[in-house]
Design a protein around this ligand. Sequence first.
Ligand code: ATP
Ligand code: MG
Length: 233
Amino acid sequence: MFAFTDIRLQGVSYTFGTHTVLNHIDLHIQPGSIVALLGPSGCGKSTLLRLLAGLSEPAEGEIWFGDRLVAKPGWSLPPEARDIGMVFQDYALWPHMSVAQNVAFPLRMRNVPRGEREQRVMQALNMVGLAELAQRKPAGLSGGQQQRVALARAIVAEPGVLLFDEPLSNLDSALRESLCHEMARLLRQLGTTAVYVTHDRREAEWLADRIVHLASGKVESVRNIISSSGEIA
Ligand SMILES: Nc1ncnc2c1ncn2[C@@H]1O[C@H](COP(=O)(O)OP(=O)(O)OP(=O)(O)O)[C@@H](O)[C@H]1O
Ligand SMILES: [Mg+2]
């Protein structure tokens, strides 16, 4: 089962030398919601996502996943202890491993026994429509297929939080739109909390319940997206 985790950032700042990249960010992300982080290049989107992933530490403030403190100045829970899945722009698949081995990796790290591992890998590959390519190597896949493998790998261990950094920006525009809708459907089906970085307003609107605009390291605005049923998500 996916856990329903909320994310809370309290006064989070981040600096590179003398450059303040994130400036006292306060943000609450509801459990099971999909939040898009939108903003111009260099505004700090990836930096914020890396803080959520545990790949860097805040200079000020605290980050909480549910009732667990995961980061504060001078201390940060490592990524593998955070119960997260991540999808990046460049897929980051291991070229020497088959599709199935790539997707199985997070389960191996968690010492899931082989039989259960194989079953869960096939379940995740079915979810992204790639079951028939399980034995292929990444080099034999299209960009869209590779990104689906990365998505399957991110969800296979059923993490509480999914983090995406511009996962579709290497794809052409038609594929980008169809995969974005597919991901939106999958994320709603899973009900996991997701933070999705993009600079593409359309992607944010297709996918998210809420759009957080970052500008110059600050939250400029938070906008709820009205669903097709007319309800505010
Ligand atoms: N390793 C680094 N050293 C110094 N400054 C950095 C480093 N990485 C990022 N920055 C700076 O931090 C700021 C925020 O970068 P970040 O990568 O978070 O932006 P972004 O919003 O993800 O941009 P993009 O849309 O181009 O991916 C930028 O001004 C960038 O130049
Ligand atoms: Mg970025």
